[in-house]
Structures are given as structure tokens and as C-alpha cells.
Design a protein around this ligand. Structure first.
Ligand code: HEC
Length: 148
């Protein structure tokens, strides 16, 4: 076998493999791009959702939290925080978010602290809309359990 394996064959495997996997990458990228609109329901991105995302970014929430598994692992996953505390009721979740954001940092000793961001009621509502929209993205049921 070693005698029959020459430079030409090695080159063909190198180029052939390169082309094959590059085409595979293109195909999978194309497939992902086609599927994304069905999964993320981008038609539901209202101005409030977009504004909420901006507030999310400006305050670096991802510096402590993860969203659909991406981000920091200091604080709870928030892609499903709406399922955790809203249980399908948007109004109840909005109220939870208003009081949660107002209460920070919690005085409890021994718990990790979340800072006080001093956001307005309107800003927290926008953040809430963003988190509700995020929770409805079809991300193959990530995270695997309700607690995140
Ligand atoms: C410095 C780190 C840090 C940053 C930045 C941060 N958080 Fe938190 N957050 C925490 C910690 C720690 C907890 C858990 C606190 C606890 O349970 O007492 C938490 C909990 C939460 C919860 C409740 C989650 C649950 O399942 O109990 C929500 C909602 C939340 N954060 C939203 C936000 C938003 C929105 C932002 C950005 C505006 C943000 N956080 C930025 C640290 C942070």
C-alpha cells in the first residue's frame, strides 16, 4: 500500500476533499439560511422587540447571561425565562420583569448579584418583548430543561 501511494494521489485527496467539504459547507449554509425565517418568526419583530434587543446589548446582559446557549455562564439562561415565569401569560411576565429589574441587587447573602440598571418602565417592557420573542424561536428546544 505504501508503495502505491504517491504524491499525485495525496494531492487528489487534498483537493478532492477540499472541494467536497467546501461544497458541503455551502449546501448546509444555504439550507440554514432557508430555514431561519421559519424558525425565528422575524415577521414578529416589532419596534419594541428591536428596541429591547438594543437595550439588551447596550447593557451587556450577555456578559453574565446566556441566550440560547450563547454568552456567559455566570447567571441563568434567559431564552426560556418567559416560559419559566410567564407560563404563556405575557402580562404576568411583564409584571414579573418590572419588579425583578426594580428589585436588583437582591440583598440575600451568598447569592450572585445582578446589578441595578435603572431602566425606565418603557425600557423594561421593550426588554420583555425581546425576551418573549426570543423564547418563541425554534431552537430545537434549547435549553433542555425549564430551569435553563
Ligand atoms: C453582572 C452580571 C449580570 C448582568 C450584567 C445581568 N444580570 Fe441578570 N442576573 C444576574 C444574576 C447573578 C442573576 C440570578 C440572581 C438570583 O437568582 O438571585 C440574574 C437573574 C436575572 C433574571 C431572572 C432569571 C431567573 O431565571 O431567575 C432576569 C430576567 C435577568 N437577570 C435579566 C437581565 C437583563 C435583562 C440584563 C441586562 C439589562 C441582565 N439580567 C444583566 C446577573 C446579571
Amino acid at each position: 500500500m505504501a508503495d502505491n501511494f504517491n504524491k499525485g494521489m495525496a494531492r487528489n485527496i487534498y483537493y478532492g476533499g477540499g472541494v467536497f467539504f467546501f461544497l458541503l459547507l455551502l449546501g448546509l449554509t444555504f439550507d440554514t439560511m432557508l430555514e431561519l425565517p421559519e424558525r425565528d418568526h422575524r415577521e414578529n419583530i416589532t419596534e419594541a422587540v428591536a428596541h429591547g434587543k438594543e437595550i439588551w446589548e447596550n447593557n451587556n446582559c450577555i456578559g453574565c447571561h446566556s441566550l440560547m446557549g450563547e454568552g456567559a455562564y455566570f447567571a441563568p439562561e434567559l431564552a426560556n425565562v418567559y416560559d419559566r415565569y410567564g407560563a404563556g401569560n405575557e402580562e404576568a411576565f411583564k409584571q414579573f420583569m418590572q419588579s425583578w429589574m426594580a428589585m436588583q441587587p437582591l440583598p440575600t447573602e451568598g447569592r450572585r448579584k445582578m446589578p441595578q440598571f435603572n431602566l425606565s418602565e418603557e425600557e423594561v417592557n421593550a426588554l420583555t418583548d425581546f425576551l418573549i420573542w426570543t423564547s418563541r424561536i425554534d431552537d430545537n428546544d434549547w435549553p433542555p430543561n425549564k430551569q435553563g
